[in-house]
Design a protein around this ligand. Structure first.
Ligand SMILES: *Cc1c(COP(=O)(O)O)cnc(C)c1O
Length: 473
């Protein structure tokens, strides 16, 4: 592709993306496609001869785009968000243009140094302990895996890397922990049976006394307590585990404490919400996702550790072909995680933090929290709805309840979710809390306005009224 053609399509694509971001609210949030439908439209083999860009772009618009889910939709209330923003998208264009590879300092010095700078900015913005040092990982799942591996090495005096895992090491987390922790514990060689699931209180937060009891029991039986994973902002209900009490227990028993704040970490940019990280000074490692609630398009996960030496000692490799003369003076981030090759994620984060500023991000987070509190009020004031968990931030868990049996309630709420989502006008997802089917409404998309939340509530209420008047299902 010559420069002229590149520019022609480059300008066209930027126009397309700008219009898309403007109009995204007009599409059904989820595409109406059946499994296999899109694959069927596409050739089984790559073309022998190159094809013209206008034809490729046309097929993108007619075959691929209609099968996409619109995560940037103003009525995206599902899961947690994966926000992008125009400055972040523009930075990604520059990154792709440079084709940067950031495995070590030498392979992209500015990328390595900018990563140090933006992580230091984030540390300050969230009020994390001064001694914490940051690195960007792809996802919170990978960050938690890195934490588990480092905890494993530290607990075994760095011998598991040499001899394999010999000790019966144990991981502790609450029943509300993210599924990535089980995955990570399996990958890191702990084994699923060595994950202790600690029960939660009425607000779905880990009970510290239960944690300590489990640790002592394991010690008595000859197991080695290794790592506790606490969550600030659980995925199901945004419950906040008591980090200070958990941290105190970890300190006494010399157990690695990893804090997963993938979604809720961003809220700590607000002085009035800093408490969501109360006790984080006890943490050995901490993760939150700028790719969720901080306008940096996927992927970008911010991982912080207190003891970077233990981290590097867990991951470092010294093949001859990667040795450089400056290794002792710089950070080679290949030794700070699983992958060797690394994308230039710091650039988009730098663009976002500079473009919006701390105040811009605070303003957005405050707005989302306010809208969620408004929605919570609607639920509470409504005869047939009930709130199913506290709403410390911007996630509201609720269900329809007209006094039927538990089974029947699960059924009508499942039906409500389906019918609401079928309108295409909004997207919400579900979870279960203590066995009960619950609808999750997370208000954290950059494009969401008050009217979108009001419309969502109106649709939910209308569908609920219909369901309640139907004969029992
Ligand atoms: C979203 C989420 C994760 C997983 O994040 P990825 O970056 O997709 O791996 C982990 N923990 C919690 C609490 C989450 O909300």
């Amino acid at each position: 592709m010559d420069k002229k053609e590149f520019k022609k399509f480059g300008y066209e694509f930027v126009d397309w993306v700008a219009d898309y971001l403007d109009n995204v609210g007009e599409y059904p949030v989820c595409p109406d496609v059946n499994p296999g439908e899109i694959k069927k439209e596409l050739p089984e083999q790559a073309p022998n001869k190159g094809e013209p860009m206008d034809k490729i772009f046309k097929d993108f618009k007619s075959k691929i785009f209609p099968g996409m889910t619109h995560w940037q939709h103003p009525s995206w209330f599902a899961y947690f968000p994966a926000n992008n923003s125009p400055p972040s998208v523009l930075a990604e264009l520059l990154t792709a243009g440079m084709g940067a590879q950031c495995m070590i300092w030498k392979t992209s010095p500015a990328a390595a140094e900018l990563e140090e700078v933006v992580m230091e900015w984030l540390r300050g913005m969230l009020g994390l302990p001064k001694e914490m040092v940051g690195v960007i990982q792809d996802t919170a799942s990978a960050s938690s895996l890195v934490a588990l591996l480092t905890a494993r090495e530290k607990t075994t005096g760095f011998s598991s890397n040499i001899k394999g895992v010999k000790d019966p090491l144990v991981v502790y987390c609450s029943e509300e922990v993210h599924s990535s922790v089980e995955k990570g514990a399996k990958i890191a060689g702990f084994g699923k049976e060595n994950i202790r699931i600690i029960s939660t209180d009425k607000d779905f937060a880990l009970i510290p006394e239960e944690l300590e009891k489990a640790i002592l029991e394991d010690r008595n039986k000859g197991f080695k307590p290794c790592c506790v994973i606490a969550t600030s902002g659980t995925t199901s209900s945004s419950a906040i585990d008591p980090l200070d009490e958990i941290g105190e227990i970890c300190g006494r028993h010399h157990i690695w404490l990893h804090v997963d704040a993938a979604y809720a970490g961003t809220a700590a940019v607000l002085p009035e919400k800093r408490w969501v990280l109360k006790g984080v000074e006890y943490a050995d490692s901490f993760v939150f996702n700028p790719h969720k609630w901080m306008l940096t398009n996927f992927d970008c996960s911010a991982y912080f550790v207190k003891d970077p030496e233990a981290l590097v000692r867990t991951f470092e490799i010294h093949p001859e072909y990667l040795k450089t003369g400056v290794d002792s003076e710089v950070k080679n981030f290949r030794d700070w995680g699983v992958a060797l090759g690394r994308r230039f994620r710091a650039l988009k984060l730098w663009f976002v933090l500079r473009y919006y500023g701390i105040e811009g991000i605070q303003e957005m987070v405050r707005k989302h929290i306010k809208l969620a509190q408004f929605f919570k009020g609607q639920v509470e004031d409504s005869e047939h709805f009930e709130l199913m968990a506290p709403v410390p931030l911007s996630l509201v868990c609720f269900r329809l309840n007209d006094g039927r049996s538990q089974d029947e309630l699960d059924k009508i709420n499942r039906k409500l979710l389906e019918e609401v989502n079928q309108t295409g006008k909004l997207h919400v997802t579900h979870t279960t809390l203590k066995g009960k089917y619950v609808i999750r409404m997370c208000i954290a998309s950059r494009t969401t306005q008050e009217q979108d939340v009001k419309n969502a509530w109106k649709i939910i209420k209308e569908k609920a009224e219909q369901i309640l008047t139907e004969p029992s299902i």
